[in-house]
Ligand binder design. Sequence first.
Ligand SMILES: [Zn+2]
Length: 233
Amino acid sequence: MSDAVTVCAAVFGAATAAFLPRVADRLAVPRGTPPRSTCADCAEPYPDWVRAGATCACAGRPVWTVLVGALTATLLGVTIGPTLLLPVLLPAAVLGLLLAMIDLRCRRLPDPLVAALAAGTALPLGAGALIAGEPERLGRAGVAAVLCGAAYLIIALLPGRGLGLGDVKLATVLGFVLGFAGWPAVAAGLAAAHLINGPVALALLLTRRATRDTALPFGPALLAGALIGVTLA
Ligand SMILES: [Zn+2]
């Protein structure tokens, strides 16, 4: 049973991730700019949002994106198994992958996508907890969301920290999901985010691909940390 669930999860992750490159490319634009309507490389117009595989006919196959989508979904399938949490977290992971792709390209976490992640997780998890007669789970998730949001807001307000308000909002949403899983998940998720971000920033500095003043995206580390927190706890 759980093997079949894991295979279904992996196929779902790979199949949905294959549709992300076009969407990510269109949305990875500076703040206040409409979605990209043409390919940045060959200037071919984008007729729509839906394209499986490469961003454009001129681009290479998104092997890494599909691989990350499949591995993420497999990890969730193996660790969470056939519970009601899985159909909530699988689409959330796809949305998280899209957010990470956009943040890596243009250092932005668009509000509508973070709001969709919030609605897509908080509403079903909250309703599920109430139906299951576990309101304390919902309370813990709410407290964790407020604590994570407040902590990152303080960091963002410190001068020169390079943390944006998009990161604060994403941390609040992820805090809710991690809090729903439990306090060990919150601790593991936050620790993992910084353990990932620190060495990546150091490697970029040492290879001179970034300077001390370069603002690095923190969203991907937050999302990867949350995945680790949810699957470890
Ligand atoms: Zn093109």
